[in-house]
Design a protein around this ligand. Structure first.
Ligand code: ZN
Length: 172
């Protein structure tokens, strides 16, 4: 990684987990990165890396004197690497749709980037229905008083989460 991470989300580029080591009782706990992001957001805690480093308590003794590091994924395991690469692709497609959703009321978002994102997501969904809905709402929803594709976007995310796909916290 270039430079130090600013947020937990930055850790996604290279690291898979956050490890908390207690200096007092020596307990070690490894946190899944996405679960930690979700947990901190739901408790309205910062996901800034500096804040995380200084506010993770020991799960055993509750002590505050802890060492917090990002734990790199193993680069040697081709299967895990492929899984991570697919997860990144899926989440980037969601980022494109999320962005399109925010603009769909005011702009034409029926552009190649949106089509590509919908195509990328097809293998992760049981059928193409929601993807077609998203496109149709985007094509017909301009000028409506509400964001036209927002509901389709939510359904897509719900389906992906229900199927166990590693959807990033910000889309949930
Ligand atoms: Zn402890």
């Amino acid at each position: 990684m270039v430079g130090l991470p600013k947020t937990l989300q930055d850790l996604r580029r290279v690291e898979g987990a956050v490890r908390v080591t207690c200096r007092a009782c020596k307990a070690v706990k490894q946190h899944d990165l996405e679960e930690l992001i979700l947990d901190r957001r739901s408790r309205r805690l910062s996901t800034e890396w500096e804040a995380v480093r200084h506010t993770m308590m020991c799960h055993e003794c509750g002590g505050k004197d802890t060492r917090v590091n990002g734990v790199p994924f193993s680069q040697s395991d081709p299967e895990r690497r492929a899984i991570r690469s697919r997860a990144l692709l899926m989440n980037l497609a969601l980022a494109v749709l999320d962005d399109a959703s925010r603009r769909a009321r005011d702009e034409d978002v029926c552009v190649p980037a949106t089509r590509l994102a919908l195509r990328v997501l097809r293998p992760y969904l049981p059928d193409r229905e929601l993807l077609v809905t998203f496109w149709t709402e985007a094509a017909t929803g301009r000028g409506k008083p509400y964001a036209p594709t927002l509901q389709a976007m939510r359904w897509i995310v719900t389906k992906l989460v229900d199927a166990g796909h590693p959807v990033w916290a910000e889309f949930r």
